[in-house]
Design a protein around this ligand. Structure first.
Ligand code: NI
Length: 160
C-alpha cells in the first residue's frame, strides 16, 4: 500500500505513448494496488499509469467513486476500445490538471477489452460518466489530455 505522486500537466511523461505490458509481474500488481490507493486518496474516478510516472498501458477506474467509502476499482491492462456508441457533451477534469474543468465531446457508451491482473481477458462497458472516463484514461496511454479535445474550459468557481 502506497500513495503515489500524481504527475501534473507540463511534465513530459504525460505526453508519451505507453508500452504494452508483456508480463504481469509482481511489480505490476504492486503498481495496480498503489494506483488504487492513490485514486481513492485523490477522490478521482480514473487514473492511468503515466499519471504516476509509469509508461505502461494500464489504467484503473472506480465505478463507485460518487458514493464515498464504497469503492469498486476495475483494473485494465493493455486496454482497447472495442465499441463506442452515442454522444455526450459533459464536464471533464483530470487529476493531473488540478482545479480545471472543461466540456468535452465523448461517446456515451464505451466497451473496453483488457486483461485483468491474472492475465484474463475481459470486457467492460461504461456509460455516461464511466463512458467518458474510459475514453479519458485510454487517451492518457497515448499522451493525450482532455484539454487537447476540450470544447470549452469552464470557470472552476462555476463547477463545484
Ligand atoms: Ni486524466
Amino acid at each position: 500500500m502506497a500513495i503515489l505522486k500524481i504527475v501534473e500537466e507540463g511534465e513530459e511523461i504525460l505526453r508519451k505513448k505507453c508500452r504494452e505490458v508483456s508480463e504481469i509481474t509482481p511489480k505490476i500488481k504492486t503498481l495496480l494496488d498503489d494506483m488504487g490507493d492513490t485514486l481513492i486518496k485523490a477522490n478521482g474516478v480514473g487514473l492511468a499509469a503515466p499519471q504516476v510516472g509509469i509508461l505502461r498501458r494500464i489504467f484503473i477506474i472506480d465505478t463507485n467513486a460518487e458514493e464515498s467509502g464504497n469503492h469498486n476499482i476495475i483494473e485494465f491492462i493493455n486496454p482497447t476500445i472495442v465499441s463506442a456508441e452515442g454522444h455526450q457533451e459533459e464536464v471533464e477534469g483530470c487529476l493531473s490538471i488540478p482545479g480545471k474543468y472543461g466540456i468535452t465531446s465523448r461517446p456515451m457508451t464505451v466497451t473496453v477489452e483488457a486483461l485483468d491482473r491474472d492475465g484474463k481477458k475481459f470486457r467492460y462497458t461504461g456509460t455516461g460518466l464511466y463512458g467518458r472516463c474510459l475514453c479519458h484514461e485510454n487517451d492518457h496511454l497515448d499522451g493525450i489530455l482532455y484539454t487537447d479535445k476540450v470544447i470549452e474550459m469552464l470557470d472552476p468557481d462555476e463547477v463545484e
